[in-house]
Design a protein around this ligand. Structure first.
Ligand SMILES: Cc1cc2nc3c(=O)[nH]c(=O)nc-3n(C[C@H](O)[C@H](O)[C@H](O)COP(=O)(O)OP(=O)(O)OC[C@H]3O[C@@H](n4cnc5c(N)ncnc54)[C@H](O)[C@@H]3O)c2cc1C
Length: 414
């Protein structure tokens, strides 16, 4: 039977980074991906440029399609606020990369293969069992059209398995972890676009964010080389799972269509391909490895999506590296603690902020978003340069002061 030091289930950013890190250290690694690569991944594809620090030899030109330097934000498609991410004379200018996930993820998977990981795409993990010798993984070949291939199952054992199989994966269930996930829901369409047409603020260096059009969420337009990624998400469901909110898919679709109208983007409704996908949000500190340290969860499989903004690519990549280092160092039983130390306090604060932001979005739009420094601070948060717990008090004070001043005669406190 095949035997590995590490089997990684799923070749998104979390799995590909884990596999590359472990293979670079000389471990025998298998990276299994159920879809045939390159594959579409439902996502906005925006990530802070600090991602480069994790990629080393992989150059941005290979996958960055637009470099965003300004944000245009609106409340119910009006009251626009266009602002540069970097205020004048900022020490270290920041930007947000826009990528197509099919290209980015494939580049990461090929990088892992180049580092020595055995990459098997079109192979879906079906069962994971732990015994005293290690972990046994059973997988089934899948054709590019999604049908099962006939033939024997792929079976192998490993010292450790990393579950990088995303929101709908099998590893968390097999490991009895993440039994009460908090699930948001996002939807996007991709539209070919010719720059210079539509609304004058549609430009390759501008990302668009809209609050108020969708209840307890936001919508976006992200620029790519020759198309727009237009999406909407419900990021603060009343219950634990946004997929159970009545008529939510219709509401997200309508918001996307309304955004296209507002930005004068021509479209044919019948041709729009809406892709929806769950986002497993951070719901608080919980175990992310089995007590024996044989199975670890990373990225979306671990619920490492920022509950305030709904981004997860950077945390997926970082958690993949942390998990691989735990395997390399033989410290897999400490993996959960490592993740909690890295992200816990910031994500807990982001959760508190999200609760109020999505409850009172108009207030936050008026007194938080429409602040000349807000775009820079948001990008610093996105990049992990500052944690959410460092800005929480200030954010609440600013919104509270703004609200109070609006009641005072002559707006004394502004
Ligand atoms: C609509 C939407 C918009 C988003 N926009 C952004 C954004 O702009 N910026 C951002 O940072 N984040 C965004 N996110 C979140 C981001 O997409 C995820 O956080 C990120 O993809 C997590 O990476 P991952 O490697 O953990 O999981 P994934 O990228 O989901 O990768 C998991 C992989 O595992 C594979 N897999 C699943 N099951 C199996 C199996 N049984 N066997 C083998 N392989 C399997 C899947 O095919 C997939 O390739 C968005 C999400 C959604 C839904």
């Amino acid at each position: 039977m095949l035997n590995y030091d590490l089997i990684v289930c799923g070749a998104g950013p979390s799995g590909a980074m884990a596999a590359a890190t472990a293979a670079q250290a000389g471990l025998k690694v298998a990276l299994l991906e159920k879809r045939t690569l390159p594959r579409h991944k439902t996502c906005g594809g925006g990530t802070p440029m600090v991602m480069q620090t994790l990629l080393h030899e992989l150059v941005p030109e290979a996958f960055v399609e637009a470099n965003v330097a300004s944000l245009r934000q609106t409340w119910k498609f009006s009251d626009p606020y266009l602002t540069a991410i970097n205020p004048p004379q900022v020490d270290r200018p920041l930007s947000i990369w826009m990528m197509q996930r099919s290209i980015f993820d494939n580049a990461l998977a090929q990088r892992a293969a180049k580092a020595g990981a055995e990459l098997h795409d079109g192979l879906a993990v079906r069962a994971i069992d732990v015994d005293q010798d290690g972990v046994r993984v059973r997988a089934q070949a899948i054709k590019p059209n999604g049908d099962r291939s006939k033939g024997d199952a792929w079976v192998a054992t490993a010292r450790v398995v990393i579950g990088a199989d995303g929101a709908n994966g099998v590893t968390a269930k097999a490991a009895n972890l993440r039994q009460k996930p908090t699930i948001a829901l996002g939807m996007e369409v991709e539209l070919p676009h010719t720059w210079g047409t539509g609304h004058p603020d549609l430009r390759p260096e501008v990302a668009h964010l809209e609050y108020g059009a969708i209840d307890r969420g936001y919508a976006w337009i992200f620029p790519k080389a020759d198309h727009l990624n237009v999406g909407a998400g419900l990021f603060r469901p009343n219950g634990q799972d946004a997929r159970n909110v009545p008529h939510i898919r219709e509401a997200l679709q309508q918001t996307i269509v309304d955004y296209l109208e507002a930005m004068q983007v021509p479209y044919d409704r019948a041709q729009l391909k809406f892709h929806g996908h769950p986002l497993p949000l951070w719901g608080g500190k919980e175990p992310l490895n089995t007590t024996d340290g044989r199975i670890l969860l990373v990225g979306d499989a671990a619920g490492l999506i920022n509950p305030a903004f709904g981004d997860g690519i950077l945390y997926a990549a970082k958690s993949g590296i942390i998990a691989a280092n735990c395997v390399i160092n033989g410290t897999t039983t400490t993996y959960s603690d490592r993740i909690h130390t890295e992200f816990g306090n910031s994500f807990d604060a982001a959760r508190r902020l999200a609760y109020f932001f999505y409850q009172y979005p108009k207030l936050f739009y008026q007194y938080g978003v429409k602040n000349p420094r807000a775009a820079h601070i948001a990008t610093q948060l996105l990049a992990g340069e500052i944690p959410f717990d460092s800005i929480l008090g200030r954010a609440f004070r600013r919104v509270g002061t703004g609200l109070l001043s609006s009641f005072l005669p002559g707006k004394m406190m502004r």
